[in-house]
Design a protein around this ligand. Structure first.
Ligand SMILES: CC(C)(COP(=O)(O)OP(=O)(O)OC[C@H]1O[C@@H](n2cnc3c(N)ncnc32)[C@H](O)[C@@H]1OP(=O)(O)O)[C@@H](O)C(=O)NCCC(=O)NCCS
Length: 189
């Protein structure tokens, strides 16, 4: 049987780092990262980061990231500066209903942007996510005006497959999304 047909036991990955960025499980001491994210206009719209930050809401956000694993939904990790261990963002792989398919999601706090952090985190996550026993396909849904996110995916070999019209809702706003993916066959090329 092909290994990727089933993700049998979700677990946090082995240490993922590249000398600059390290991905690790969220900790309660990462609250200031969640607080910074809550102040960004875009992040709370498209994620469960609280729009109105309180310590309780921040801790609930962090608990929710661990619950993704225990509930079998997927894996959510903090993106940190490898040398300081300071959390500066978030990345997740969430299982889609289709067997062997995961959606990738990520955000970086405003002060840490444009330093290649998202690109590095996507690279580490994608390599692990497409490794044997994990997923066969990782896809991203990106708004057409989110050029930074599209670029970070393209740098990592994701291909744009098309546009889904009026696909997501952000509050009362409906949005088109561009679909990007990488599959295990891309990795083997
Ligand atoms: C999208 C996001 C994750 C990018 O994070 P980042 O760490 O700044 O991205 P990187 O530094 O790795 O940059 C990736 C590429 O995008 C480019 N880029 C970064 N910001 C950009 C911007 N505002 N406009 C256009 N290109 C941009 C970079 O130059 C780089 O391309 P290059 O290597 O060819 O120069 C970050 O802006 C963010 O958190 N946005 C809000 C949440 C979000 O949109 N999440 C993704 C949802 S699909």
């Amino acid at each position: 049987m092909l290994e990727w047909l089933a993700v049998t036991s979700l677990a946090y990955p082995p240490p993922l780092h590249d000398g600059v960025v390290r991905l690790r499980p969220w900790r309660d001491t990462d609250l200031s990262c969640v607080e910074q994210a809550s102040q960004d206009p875009r992040i709370p719209q498209g994620t469960t980061v609280p729009a109105h930050y309180t310590t309780e809401a921040g801790l609930t956000y962090i608990a929710r990231q661990h619950a993704r694993l225990t509930s079998g939904q997927g894996v959510a990790l903090a993106i940190t500066h490898q040398h300081t261990d300071q959390a500066i963002g978030h990345i997740n792989l969430i299982a889609r209903p289709q067997q062997g398919v995961a959606g990738i999601g990520y955000w970086i706090v405003p002060d840490a942007r444009r330093q290649g952090i998202a690109s590095r985190a996507i690279s580490l996550t994608t390599t692990w996510g497409l490794s044997p026993g994990n997923f066969a396909r990782i896809e991203a849904w990106v708004e057409p005006d989110n050029h930074a996110s599209q670029r970070a995916l393209e740098i990592n070999g994701y291909l744009q497959e098309g546009r889904l019209r009026s696909f997501l809702t952000f509050g009362t706003r409906r949005a088109d999304v561009l679909v990007y993916s990488r599959i295990t066959a891309d990795t083997q090329r």
